[in-house]
Design a protein around this ligand. Structure first.
Ligand SMILES: [Ca+2]
Ligand SMILES: [Ca+2]
Ligand SMILES: [Ca+2]
Ligand SMILES: [Ca+2]
Length: 339
């Protein structure tokens, strides 16, 4: 067959074809849109640049300060869905204080979600921390708050850290399942399978209250700083074959961890098992052998139990994450309830 001369338009078409694939917009797992921002006139000072909350977490200075009592609403290219375990991560810029691994300089925020951009459901929060101000340079034991963002160190800015892994990425994990009984959810107004916006609202120390009416006292004289919001479970990518990590902590501090996969325990990829205490990663083998006993081993997974009651004033958080052999993921991060 004789060679045909290459015609200019086919060269152009070939070039366009070659360029088309890499130029397709990625389905970002990070916030992609600033829907609205209100800093209360820059109250408390800080870095006021809402676009700093978009994209991947970049660390301490790539943040937007909410302003005392202020709020920021972020939009996502792909809606967030309620999959097994935590569904998204919020990265503030807390840091470990005074050489400890259990206390951070934590500026806290409420977290709300919406599927229509109009009605927002606020995560039910609990405050277990001090009943008076820790001061401008004070710190909080990690575990002082449940379902408030800002207490766990974010590792997302570290090169190579998996941004969607509850343990490796750090930050504060939120599970949409915690909103299952919210009136806006039960009324069908907020759809946990199609969350399009996340709103972050600064906690005002000494004024804001948790869902039980307890006054919250976080340290500092400013407001929470938002680095990034990262989606773990995107709509359309929640697979019925994915693993599930569930952590239950009782009031007395005893813990039950369930690691399972509907395809059987053989489908769990143990090389991806991660764990953290106070948000600080710990080798999972050491964690399990030190603190846990295997109570149940069945066809789909394992139930690990920490059987001893802990001192009533010991605050802590525990995190686990794992993937299955297909790469589906699940992670959980739980704070001890103390009352
Ligand atoms: Ca979930
Ligand atoms: Ca901060
Ligand atoms: Ca940022
Ligand atoms: Ca599986």
């Amino acid at each position: 067959m004789a060679m045909q001369p290459i015609r200019p338009y086919s060269v152009a078409a070939a070039l366009l074809g070659a360029l088309a694939v890499p130029s397709l917009p990625a389905q970002s797992v990070f916030a992609t849109q600033v829907v609205s921002s209100n800093t209360n006139g820059g109250s408390g000072g800080g870095i006021f640049a809402p676009v700093n909350a978009l994209g991947a977490p970049l660390g301490a200075l790539d943040v937007h300060s909410l302003g005392i009592g202020g709020q920021l609403t972020l939009g996502f290219q792909v809606p967030i869905a309620n999959g097994p375990g935590a569904d998204f991560l919020v990265a503030e810029n807390p840091f470990l204080v005074g050489g400890t691994f259990f206390a951070t300089f934590a500026e806290l925020m409420f977290v709300e979600v919406s599927s229509d951009g109009v009605q927002f459901a606020r995560f039910p929060s609990r405050w277990f921390g001090p009943a008076s101000a820790p001061g401008a340079f004070g710190s909080l034991p990690v575990g002082s708050a449940s379902n408030l963002a800002g207490q766990h160190v974010a590792f997302g800015p570290i090169a190579g850290a998996d941004p969607q892994d509850v343990v490796a990425a750090g930050g504060d994990a939120f599970d949409l399942a915690d909103l299952a009984l919210h009136p806006l959810v039960t009324a069908g107004v907020v759809d946990l399978a199609a969350i399009t916006q996340v709103r972050l609202v600064d906690v005002v120390a000494g004024q804001s209250t948790d869902s039980g009416g307890t006054t919250i006292f976080d340290p500092g004289t400013g407001s929470a700083d938002v680095d990034a919001v990262t989606v773990i479970h995107q709509q359309g990518l929640v697979d019925a074959h994915g693993p599930n990590v569930a952590i239950t902590i009782a009031v007395d501090g005893t813990i039950v961890v369930r690691l399972e996969d509907p395809d059987g325990w053989q489908d769990l990829d143990y090389t991806t098992l991660h764990s953290a205490l106070f948000g600080v990663p710990i080798d999972p083998g050491a964690m399990i052998s030190t603190f846990f006993q295997v109570q149940v081993a069945d066809a789909t997974g394992f139930t690990l139990v920490q059987p001893f009651a802990l001192p009533a004033d010991l605050l802590f958080t525990l995190s686990f994450s794992v993937k299955d052999l297909q790469g589906h993921r699940s992670g959980a991060q739980k704070t001890r309830p103390t009352n």
